[in-house]
Design a protein around this ligand. Structure first.
Ligand code: HAM
Length: 424
């Protein structure tokens, strides 16, 4: 019996990995332009870290965490809580009052797998800690959009404000009143959540709840003055930066730590999994986790969803890299010689390859074509004795005699210079 990967856990095969490298490299480049520095955290954390930050009554904590209950530890379902734990533990704010951090890696949630939804998935997560200004909210969204645009993706941005501990409780009461009156029309989940997490009803996917919340009170009308001003300034700055967005008062997010601005990058091209990336402000969370009283805001992009969208939206986005030189050796001496030459070429930063199986020249030339090599150096035992070989430009099919005199390093350097100066 063959052993297969676990449902919801996926291999990223070499062709796909090229796309992943491109996504990651583009992200690092853009994040660094915005002053972000990388941080890496462990995958396992104390379970309490997630229940205290994401919230006991959320789907993630209630039913999706991979926990080792006997050890009280959990495989991180997201990066924000872990990153803040590390931030607090190492007192990073002491070095620099505003920290701009990013991290890239796997997260784990026991959800029902489907297109764009996995149990092990990868996030590119960014957080700005210590800044409360609305310009920062807009700057982060602009950065997310720049990243998606740089990858050639068309994705829309939706923005909302969830208020703060001063104004949200009033809204919550209003919403509960509205929902209680229509309780019988709610789906089972929302009826249950009415007392624990009533705001989730606003983004429930069930058709009945969707119709019902259309006329529910709007959180944007319940914001206190400070939250209202903050949101107005976020909108103003998004306008200045030329970021296109729409307001969505039904967006509440599946994690409890948000205050004020929340946002999602949305696509219609991935079926039910519309969010390519999402985030928001969490001004009380750091203190709640035992850290200093500092505000924060961030977002995470889902790498699987970005990769899928690129397959759909970006044609010929990524080209396979090619080798610089393939060494085709014919005969035992030539093979030994080639082995050392390839090593020297690689030391000179060239992508060099050879086949040690002693196959026919035809078979080796086929192999050179398969790996898309720019040049092939053909060496036979007889040619080697005369200190020469044949160098073939694989694109133009031109062949030249190539001298093999001098030391091995000199020969490799001559080849490197030649391939660099020639088209191929
Ligand atoms: P989230 O909305 O739970 O937020 O996840 C962010 C993104 O991760 C989603 O938009 C989606 O692209 C991707 N994602 C989530 N779950 C899955 C899954 N099962 N399979 C594939 N992709 C998935 C957070 O995690 C917050 N920590 C974001 C944040 C950072 N807020 C502030 N800072």
């Amino acid at each position: 019996m063959k052993i297969k990967a676990i449902n919801g856990f996926k291999d990223i095969l070499p062709d796909a990995a090229l796309r992943w490298q491109h996504i990651e490299q583009t992200a690092r480049d853009i994040f660094e332009r915005f002053g972000m520095r990388e941080i890496r955290m462990p995958i396992l954390e104390k379970t309490e870290l997630f229940s205290r930050s994401i919230g006991e009554a959320t789907d993630i904590v209630e039913k999706e965490m991979y926990s080792f209950s006997d050890k009280g530890i959990t495989m991180r379902p997201e990066a924000t809580a872990s990153l803040l734990r590390a931030f607090i533990e190492h007192g990073l704010h002491v070095q620099q009052p505003v920290q701009r951090l990013y991290t890239i890696g796997p997260m784990f949630r026991h959800e029902r797998p489907q297109k764009g939804r996995l149990r092990q998935f990868h996030q590119m997560d960014v957080e700005i800690i210590g800044a409360t200004e609305p310009q920062v909210d807009a700057e982060l969204m602009a950065m997310g959009q720049m990243l998606l645009n740089s990858l050639g993706l068309k994705v829309s941005l939706e923005v909302n404000s969830l208020g703060c501990p001063d104004c949200r409780p009033g809204f919550r009461t209003q919403l509960i009143e509205y929902l209680e009156e229509r309780k019988d029309d709610l789906c089972e989940d929302c009826r249950r959540r009415l007392s624990t997490n009533p705001l989730r009803t606003l983004d429930c996917k069930s058709r009945g709840c969707k119709a019902l919340v259309k006329d529910a009170p709007s959180i944007l009308k319940s914001l206190c003055n400070a939250c209202n001003e903050h949101f107005a300034e976020v909108e103003h700055t998004l306008g200045l930066l030329g970021v296109t967005y729409s307001k969505n008062r039904f967006m509440v997010r599946g994690l409890d730590y948000y205050t004020r601005t929340t946002f999602e990058f949305i696509t219609g091209d991935l079926g039910a999994q519309a969010a390519v990336g999402a985030g928001g402000r969490y001004d009380g969370l750091i203190e709640q986790l035992g850290g200093p009283k500092l505000p924060g805001i961030g977002f995470a992009m889902g790498m699987e969803r970005i990769a899928l969208l690129m397959e759909q939206q970006v044609e010929n986005g990524i080209h396979k890299p090619s080798a610089d030189i393939f060494v085709a050796a014919l005969g035992a001496k030539a093979s030994e010689y080639g082995c050392v030459l390839v090593q020297n070429l690689r030391s000179l930063k060239l992508k060099a390859a050879m086949d040690y199986s002693g196959r026919s020249l035809k078979a080796q030339m086929k192999q050179a074509g398969r790996i898309n090599s720019r040049f092939t150096l053909i060496i036979g035992d007889n040619e080697l004795a005369e200190e020469k070989a044949v160098l073939r430009n694989m694109q133009t099919q031109e062949q030249v005699d190539f001298p093999l005199n001098g030391t091995g390093v000199e020969q490799a350097q001559r080849l490197a210079d030649y391939t660099e100066s020639s088209q191929g």
